[in-house]
Structure formats: structure tokens, C-alpha cells
Design a binder for this molecule. Structure first.
Ligand code: API
Length: 278
């Protein structure tokens, strides 16, 4: 992998939002990958860089229409990012005229397609075994041995879903980081707080691993829909209200489909001065 300082040009990027999830996108198709942990952490810091929930780097693929890698704001890698996948799919569909795509992520090859003015992506089947999430020990993923009786679900990244009576009343900023780093999660975890409003509607708030409070989390929305259905609280198709917008989740035979809005916000260029030494 090339490092950013081997780039002799300023680096183009775009800012996108997916249901309020905030992304920077770098298109590295046709060249070596440029994103390193250091670049992601500097760019993810809104004082030193631009700020984002996740950074997505698009790369040429020999197995799908594109390859896609994700980083969190602290420079760590995210194995899955549903809302960024939808935003990247929108960008690639807009620029190629296609209305469906295959996207290879660390998780495998995902399908994405246009759905009216929204974008849908199949996030694959949930991982319900303790070692797949992953958890540190062989416990029941449907009832974790933690206060609040949460559910663990993997969607290519770990999630810990709490069911609460009032999502607005949860102190996400203090509970989130405690659960994120609980020893039960050897790779840390994303943390969701879900209030079931009916068989087809959930209100959800999230603390993201490696980033903190965000206005939405696509893989977290998938994990929450799966956990709620598994608990017998909802049907397989639900609408979910997040701080930044609404998503529709549909757990089908071929995986969990997530549909929602995307928005292109602006494009910019990282200067060589910014990239120096990274
Ligand atoms: N916002 C993302 C998930 C980021 C998950 C990341 N924080 C991790 O370390 O797993 C989404 O839309 O799915």
C-alpha cells in the first residue's frame, strides 16, 4: 500500500451524509490505496482535518464493481459501514448511470441498488454466534451477562443492542464508551439503544466504536432490527428513526436490506501541506 506522502498531487475528497451519518469519501480507483491509519485519524479530527464518522476509500476491484474500505475517526478500521456503503453506491451509480452495483467490503460482496430517490444495500446475514460477533467467551448472544440484558449481533462488525423504554432518556455519552470497551468484546463494540414503538417501528440512538455518538449507524440499525425480531418484539421489516433520519430495515432470506437517503454535501482537496509526514 502506498502512503499518502508518496502522492505528489493534492488529494480530492467528498463529504457525504447518509441519514445523518457523516462521511468523507476518497476515490482511489485506478491508483494505489492512499489511506493510512494516520491519515484517517488526522482527517477525522475536525480541528486538525475535516471531521467524519467514517472515511470510505473506493478502490478498483477484480471481483465486484468496486472495493471499499472504512476507517473510524480515531484511525481504527471498521469492518462494515452500511450508510457509507449506500453513499458510495449513490456516487458510483450517479457517475456510471448504473442502477445496481456489487461492492466488495471486508464482509464480502454486497449488493446495492437504487430505490426511487433512496439507496438500498444488502448488508448480509447477521452473525449470532458468540465467536462471530466476536465475544470473549461462549455466552448466549441473545441475553448477554451485562446490566440491561442486551443482545449481541455481528454485521461484519460488533453491536451490543439494549432495549429501553425511552431512548431520549438514555445517557448515551456515558454508557456508550463503558460498553464499547467492556472486556466481553475483545474488539470493542458499537452500542445501540432501541425503543420499540410498534411491530414495525423502532427509535434508535447509537454510540459508535472508534467514533462516539453519531446521528445514525446503518450496520447498527441492521443489528437492532435483527435483535428486536429475535426478541419477538417486531416483524422482519421495520422503519427506524435515528437522530439524523429514517432507515427501513428488511431481514430477508438473502440478508438484511437497509434502505435510506443519501446526500452529497461538498467536495474538497487535501493540500500537500496537510498530507506531509503522514
Ligand atoms: N456508521 C456505520 C457503522 C460504523 C461502525 C464502526 N464504528 C465500527 O467500528 O464498527 C454504518 O453506517 O454502518
Amino acid at each position: 500500500m502506498a502512503s499518502a506522502d508518496s502522492i505528489s498531487q493534492p488529494l480530492d475528497f467528498m463529504k457525504w451524509h447518509g441519514a445523518g451519518n457523516d462521511f468523507v469519501m476518497i476515490d482511489s480507483r485506478g491508483r494505489d490505496a492512499v489511506v493510512t491509519r494516520e491519515l484517517a485519524a488526522k482527517l477525522g479530527d475536525r480541528n486538525r482535518g475535516v471531521g467524519f464518522d467514517q472515511l470510505a476509500e473506493i478502490r478498483s476491484s477484480d471481483a465486484a464493481d468496486i472495493d471499499l474500505d472504512f476507517w473510524n475517526a480515531d484511525g481504527s478500521r471498521a469492518g462494515a459501514c452500511g450508510n457509507a456503503t449506500r453513499c458510495v453506491a449513490q456516487f458510483v451509480m450517479d457517475t456510471t448511470g448504473k442502477d445496481a452495483l456489487t461492492i466488495r467490503t471486508a464482509r464480502g460482496i454486497l449488493q446495492a441498488r437504487a430505490d426511487g430517490d433512496q439507496v438500498a444495500v444488502n448488508m448480509g446475514q447477521p452473525q449470532m454466534d458468540w465467536d462471530q460477533v466476536p465475544l470473549a467467551s461462549d455466552v448466549d448472544t441473545a441475553h448477554l451477562p451485562l446490566d440491561g440484558d442486551p443482545v449481541a449481533v455481528g454485521m461484519g462488525n460488533p453491536h451490543c443492542v439494549f432495549f429501553v423504554n425511552d431512548a431520549e432518556a438514555v445517557d448515551v455519552a456515558s454508557i456508550g464508551p463503558r460498553i464499547e470497551h467492556d472486556p466481553l468484546f475483545p474488539e470493542a463494540t458499537n452500542v445501540e439503544f432501541a425503543e420499540v414503538r410498534g411491530r414495525d417501528e423502532i427509535r434508535m440512538r447509537v454510540w459508535e466504536r472508534g467514533t462516539g455518538i453519531t446521528l445514525a449507524c446503518g450496520s447498527g440499525a441492521c443489528a437492532t432490527a435483527v435483535a428486536a425480531h429475535q426478541r419477538g418484539l417486531t416483524d422482519k421489516r421495520v422503519r427506524m428513526e435515528l437522530d439524523g433520519g429514517w432507515l427501513t430495515l428488511d431481514w430477508r432470506e438473502d440478508g438484511v436490506w437497509m434502505t435510506g437517503p443519501t446526500a452529497f454535501v461538498f467536495k474538497g482537496q487535501l493540500t500537500q501541506e496537510f498530507l506531509k509526514g503522514l
